[in-house]
Design a protein around this ligand. Structure first.
Ligand code: NAD
Length: 340
């Protein structure tokens, strides 16, 4: 089969012919319908972030497809079933899994990171992890539920805990951030979207932001947010992964408010500890999504409460995966999907 194989930072990705995976006894072989292109892949390709599996490794962690084969003991899934593959697979028995927090599983395996991923024609995954997709949900576009939607769903609902009437500032309106905007608005928040790209800000308005701020055109975003909210936002979500914007998001939060860090950076950030204490601020991280949250999330998509199709702005064949990263860097895409 054809797959996009990562050979290490600096070497990059090559589209190669590799052996088709074989489903183990408790696994299913999924024929990939589409795989979403996430900024996390760009971290491996260009920012020196290592994958857990030593290259060569097939990247891609945001996939949907159709079950082609089932392992001898995989009785819960049928051949021909349309499925979503969560980006992260969990063990089910570590303390975090036992506590219902599978998204921080001690033995997690992420597609296209710990194990071969889905920038490929086929991928083999445990049968217990795949989620059935209703017939009314478009299969290829549904791939982005696996990360671009599920990550902000968990962040907004469980970590930032947005409540109706909350003022919410979202830093970064890319593939993941746009859904933080959409889901925070759906939760009843008054959403202030921040980006440096006017096109992203226009999309943020379409996806539910009440106000937008172009960070490149103001002196301090926090000053603007304080003006708009009468002293600071109840919740700030950082969905970029930049120490400077994490620090600025922290400055936007009102007394008793909450900062939720979704963006990834390996760099340190500098926050004034006294402010955390005096303002009783909460600082939380948010990683991926718990399996139990996928069910209501897919239901929201099925009920058209979440706009899925409009955020897939670009489609590429696997051979043109490189172009997906180009449009991401140019800032002209919201989410690209590759169709093997
Ligand atoms: P993206 O490239 O699609 O979006 C990033 C956005 O940030 C863009 O719209 C860009 O214009 C904007 N931006 C960049 N610099 C800015 C600045 N200084 N001020 C304001 N806006 C700025 O990326 P994405 O796929 O949405 O991913 C966003 C981040 O989330 C990445 O760091 C990624 O690794 C991380 N991520 C985390 C999880 C998780 O589980 N926590 C899951 C997926 C992705």
């Amino acid at each position: 089969m054809k797959a996009a194989v990562f050979h290490g930072s600096g070497v990059g990705l090559r589209i190669e012919e590799v052996p088709r995976p074989v489903a183990g006894p408790r696994e299913v072989l999924v024929k990939v319908a589409a795989c979403g292109v996430c900024h996390t892949d760009l971290h491996y390709l260009e920012h020196g972030v290592p994958t857990f599996k030593k290259p060569p490794v097939i990247l891609g962690h945001e996939a949907s497809g159709v079950v082609e084969e089932i392992g001898a003991e995989a009785s819960t899934v049928k051949v021909g079933q349309r499925v979503l593959i969560p980006a992260v697979l969990t063990c089910g028995y570590c303390p975090a899994c036992r506590a219902g927090r599978e998204n921080i599983c001690a033995n997690m395996t992420m597609l296209g990171n710990h194990i071969d991923g889905a920038y490929a024609e086929y991928v083999a995954v445990p049968a217990k992890d795949v989620l059935p997709l209703p017939a009314s949900v478009p299969l290829a576009e549904a791939s982005i539920i696996a990360d671009a939607l599920s990550t902000p769903f968990h962040a907004v609902k469980n970590r930032a805990r947005v409540q109706p009437g909350d003022t919410v500032v979202v830093f970064g309106c890319g593939g993941v951030g746009i859904n933080a905007v959409q889901l925070a608005a759906l939760a009843g928040g008054y959403v202030i979207a921040v980006d440096i790209n006017e096109r992203k800000l226009a999309w943020a308005k379409e996806f539910g932001a009440a106000v937008t701020i172009n960070a490149a055109k103001v002196d301090r975003v926090s000053k603007e947010v304080k003006k708009l909210t009468g002293g600071g936002a109840d919740v700030a979500l950082e969905v970029i992964g930049n120490p400077k914007t994490i620090e600025e998001a922290f400055e936007c939060v009102r007394v008793g408010g909450r900062l939720c860090v979704v963006g990834y950076t390996h760099e340190a950030v500098s926050l004034v500890a006294g402010k955390i204490m005096f303002k009783e601020l909460e600082i939380v991280g948010s990683l991926g999504c718990r399996p139990l949250d996928y069910v209501p999330l897919i239901r929201l998509v099925e009920q058209s409460k979440i706009d899925l199709s409009r955020q897939v702005t670009h489609r590429f064949p696997l051979q043109e995966l490189g172009k997906a990263f180009e449009v991401m860097k140019e800032g002209v895409s919201l989410r690209s999907i590759v169709i093997p």
